[in-house]
Ligand binder design. Structure first.
Ligand code: GUN
Length: 306
């Protein structure tokens, strides 16, 4: 345990996200010199209140960074065919650089079919199988935003991650799996712990880096941690309190900070990074689409025109 005066330091996701957003804003200004405004289409199906808040935040931050956003709120009764038709239109629209369908979609719509319908070049969530496969192969593809944000927090906190043992708790397609892949690419030894793991806490105690993404409030406490571990808490859970309710992570912050060397608070840790990397991906997608269009224009120029 740390001595009482030696609590883990907070990893300031708000400050690091602000840095990323200022990089994004600089990229947007550079694109403006070419008369290009990166444009993000956000689709929300249904009236889930949490999704409405997430979408509103994404649009607000996009605007602040100079990114144009096109928001479409579709009723919960929208059929899968109707949603796929909207996505096909956005895929075909050269003015749209990024497409995000806020998840979850209503139960009657096949989430997988929706994700695979998005043009991989506009898939700023990095969920399309072409981007997922590219990530595993170590190619420079659009990468899921939350894991990318966690990697930036880790690099800012630890520098080089080579040789470190990282334990990822949770194996979702959105966070756990891509997180494990990115850590492996950064030369970590990676263990993925999940609901069928035997003695998850013992595995976690071997970790220099812990990334918690299970969606269970305050599940990971000091007893799961090696002294000096760096803890990234992806969880955002609302719990009831005597005063009403509050947000907590998957990590018991008060307990974990007595043992860890650095930890992300909730809120103010990973959350702001997800939106920052969504906008970074939008700029990256825009740049690549411009390059691709220029390449195609060169290839298709006839000898007489050249
Ligand atoms: N719902 C919760 N997280 C995400 C995310 O990262 N992307 C999308 N599209 N939906 C989400």
């Amino acid at each position: 345990m740390n001595s009482p005066t030696q609590l883990a330091r907070d990893i300031d996701g708000k400050a690091i996200a602000a840095q990323v957003l200022s990089e994004v804003a600089a990229d947007v200004r550079e694109l403006a010199l070419q008369q290009v405004t990166p444009t993000l289409a956000v689709l929300l199906v249904g009236e889930d209140p949490a999704s409405q808040v997430y979408v509103r935040n994404k649009i607000l931050r996009a605007k602040e960074a100079g990114i144009r956003s096109l928001e479409q709120c579709l009723p919960a009764t929208t059929s899968q065919a109707q949603l796929l038709a909207v996505i096909a239109e956005l895929n075909a629209n050269p003015e749209v650089n990024g497409i995000l369908v806020q998840l979850p979609v209503p139960a009657h719509i096949d989430e997988g079919a929706v994700i695979q319908a998005i043009d991989p070049a506009k898939d700023i969530d990095g969920f399309h199988r072409q981007n997922v496969g590219g990530l595993v192969l170590g190619q420079d593809v659009l990468t899921p935003c939350t894991p990318s944000g966690c990697m930036r927090l880790l690099h800012d906190t630890c520098g080089d991650l080579s040789g470190k043992h990282a334990v990822v708790i949770g194996r979702s397609n959105i966070v756990g799996k891509p997180m494990a892949t990115l850590l492996l690419q950064a030369n970590c030894s990676v263990t993925v712990v999940h609901s069928r793991s035997i003695d998850a806490a013992a595995l976690c105690r071997l970790a220099d880096i812990v990334v918690a993404a299970v969606g269970r409030p305050q599940m990971i406490d000091a007893s799961w941690l090696k002294p000096g571990a760096v803890v990234i808490d992806v969880g955002i859970n609302r719990i009831d309190t005597e005063q009403g309710s509050r947000l907590v992570g998957d990590v018991d912050y008060a307990s974990a900070r007595t043992v860890a060397s650095a930890i992300t608070p909730v809120p103010g840790g990973v959350g702001p990074m997800t939106i920052a990397f969504l906008l970074k991906n939008t700029v990256t997608a825009t740049r690549r689409q411009l390059l691709r269009a220029a390449e195609l224009a060169t290839t298709h120029t006839s000898p007489q025109e050249a």
